[in-house]
Design a protein around this ligand. Structure first.
Ligand SMILES: NC(=O)c1ccc[n+]([C@@H]2O[C@H](COP(=O)([O-])OP(=O)(O)OC[C@H]3O[C@@H](n4cnc5c(N)ncnc54)[C@H](OP(=O)(O)O)[C@@H]3O)[C@@H](O)[C@H]2O)c1
Length: 317
């Protein structure tokens, strides 16, 4: 099968299209024929080993994982003998978590992984871009226990996590303000933001308004600035936080009434089913900025690495 392989950390040039062995499903696995995936900010970090700590998890001198990609939409091509949940021909979408491997034509997944039937009315590339931002936003919004009428500010609202966070926070009844640049104001309004702050013209931490929850999806501003705009018993979500922010967050949570949420997300099939239902009910829309092919993976990574994508970058296979 065709796959995008990387055997060393580095620039997008390390991503090479190659023929590799097609996987065979174990007894409890399904074999997916992948029709679409996406390039996410996390894969860019892993490819570059940035921050350095990536190497402690994924290989000190070279990556232990050689095919990147965590989201997929496609068709079940074959199943192991014990599989009960899915059948050959099912159209499914989901998230591989740490097993990666969706920059490829085929991938095996445990049947009880983060997989659900694809919503019938959307395309494979639309389904593939949902799980990354969707599971991240859902994980933190559930932990923050966002409720009807709460005021929520989302920073980095035009990215993969941010566009999902706006839609999910709205679904849970919040009054949502998104922070983005001028070019993305219309996008944020189109997915339900009640108010939009253009960060090129206004510093939200200086306007005197406060929020119950601040969801910083891209970590472009220091924590102390967010705290200025957070209610005294508010919740600060730092989904893009690294070790430093996690320690700062622990300290703030211990010494004040503010709750700081960070760390790696967790997800399961129920979460993907929940996102599927939101899509089917019209409460969650896939946002696609650009679409590339497997052969154009270097270009796709180069674009995502710039940090200015609007929603998601899809890959059609
Ligand atoms: N905790 C976890 O387990 C977990 C899971 C998934 C992702 N993450 C992390 O989440 C982070 C971001 O994810 P993502 O995929 O949503 O990123 P992304 O899609 O690359 O986000 C880019 C967006 O951020 C906006 N942006 C840039 N600077 C900004 C600023 N100063 N203020 C407001 N918006 C700004 C850009 O808009 P403009 O160009 O218009 O500025 C662009 O639309 C990554 O660091 C990733 O590692 C963590």
């Amino acid at each position: 099968m065709k796959a995008v392989v990387f055997t060393q950390y580095g620039s997008p040039e390390v991503l090479q299209v190659k023929q590799v062995a097609k996987p065979t499903p174990k007894d409890n696995e399904i074999l997916l024929r992948i029709k679409a995936t996406a390039v996410n900010s996390g894969e860019v970090r892993l490819r570059k080993a940035d921050p350095f700590a990536v190497r402690f998890l994924f290989g000190l001198t070279k990556p232990k994982i050689n095919i990147l990609g965590v989201v997929f939409s496609g068709e079940v091509e074959s199943i192991g003998k014990d599989v009960k949940t899915f059948k050959i021909g099912d159209e499914v979408f989901g998230h591989t978590d740490m097993s990666f491997g969706t920059y490829a034509e085929y991938k095996c997944m445990r049947e009880n992984g983060s997989i659900a039937l694809k919503p019938a009315h959307i395309s494979h590339k639309e389904a593939a871009v949902i799980p990354f931002g969707g599971t991240t936003a859902l994980h933190f919004i559930k932990k923050a226990n966002i409720k009807q009428g709460q005021k929520v500010l989302i920073v980095g609202a035009s990215g993969a996590v941010g566009t999902a966070a706006i839609q999910l926070a709205k679904y849970f009844g919040a009054v949502v303000t998104g922070v983005c640049s001028t070019a993305n104001i219309a996008l944020l309004k189109s997915i339900g933001a009640d108010e939009v702050i253009d960060y090129t013209k206004e510093d939200f931490s200086e306007n005197g308004k406060t929020y119950d929850v601040i969801f910083d999806a891209v970590k472009t501003i220091p924590i102390f600035r967010s705290l200025k705009s957070l209610n005294k018993k508010g919740t600060l979500i730092l989904s893009a936080g690294m070790a430093k922010e996690m320690f700062q967050g622990l300290w703030i949570s211990k010494t004040t009434n503010i709750k700081v949420l960070s760390g790696l997300i967790k997800h399961n099939a129920e979460d993907i089913l929940f996102l599927k239902q939101l899509i089917e009910d019209g409460n969650l829309k896939p946002i696609i900025d650009r679409t590339y092919t497997l052969e154009q993976m270097k270009e796709a990574h180069t674009y995502v690495e710039k940090g200015h994508k609007k929603g998601n970058v899809a890959i059609e296979i």
